[in-house]
Ligand binder design. Structure first.
Ligand SMILES: [Zn+2]
Ligand SMILES: [Zn+2]
Length: 230
């Protein structure tokens, strides 16, 4: 039989009547009948009237209840503690998990940011490279166009110089031909005797019989002089 510290009665003990199970049972202390310094415990049920007296009787009738109640309280306290510990553990785990997730998320974000920066840098470099190539090509094209224009200009100048010379030559030749034609035309209408400026007749190449005779005489003289000098 367990020992029960009776001075705790009835404050913490929710006793029930062992006959009618009513909670309406009350303990109180009263003076021992013959040991005057000793307090003695007694109980009575207000439902069914059951009552008893003395420590041994109380322990015999209610010790089991008290022990059961204390066991229940200890179990409840243990369970409460376990629940609290579990809640704490879970809270710690959650905090740790959240911290880890936050760290992972931050790391992922940093990685994504780094990738974005790298990609941007690549795009910028690519654009710069393209721009440099474009500038070089533009310069090359401008140089070529300039050289071509210069060459074309030189060729045009040379051509126009040639054309000018050809034109000059042609106009010179035209002038000479006209001169010759005029001379020929003049010769055709003049008397064939060289010292005569008269126009010839239509029937003869001399203007008159006189110039014809003079010409014949002149040729005769020439022939004779030639024969004499031989
Ligand atoms: Zn009762
Ligand atoms: Zn004549």
């Amino acid at each position: 039989m367990p020992s029960i510290p009776l001075d705790h009665f009835p404050a913490e003990f929710n006793a029930r009547c062992y006959k009618c199970s009513s909670p309406n049972i009350h303990f109180n202390f009263t003076k021992h009948p013959w040991l005057w310094t000793k307090l003695e415990i007694q109980y009575s049920c207000r439902m069914c009237g059951t009552s008893g007296y003395g420590e041994d009787d109380v322990i015999a009738k209610f010790g089991g209840q008290l022990e059961a109640q204390r066991r229940d309280q200890r179990r409840a306290a243990r369970e409460m503690q376990e629940l609290r510990a579990a809640a704490e553990r879970e809270s710690e785990e959650r905090a740790s998990r959240e911290a880890q997730e936050a760290e992972t998320a931050a790391a992922r974000e940093a990685q994504i940011m780094a990738q974005k920066i790298e990609a941007h840098q690549l795009r910028v470099n690519e654009a710069l490279k393209l721009r440099r190539i474009q500038v070089l090509e533009n310069n090359r094209r401008r140089d070529k166009e300039y050289r071509d224009r210069k060459k074309m200009k030189l060729a045009m100048n040379a051509l126009s110089e040639e054309m000018r010379l050809a034109e000059e030559l042609a106009s010179e030749m035209r002038a000479r031909r006209e001169e010759e034609e005029r001379a020929a035309a003049a010769a055709a209408t003049k008397c064939a005797w060289r010292d005569c400026e008269q126009s010839r007749t239509e029937a003869s190449k001399y203007c008159s019989r006189t110039c014809s005779n003079r010409n014949a005489a002149w040729h005769l003289r020439q022939r004779k002089q030639a024969e004499a000098s031989c």
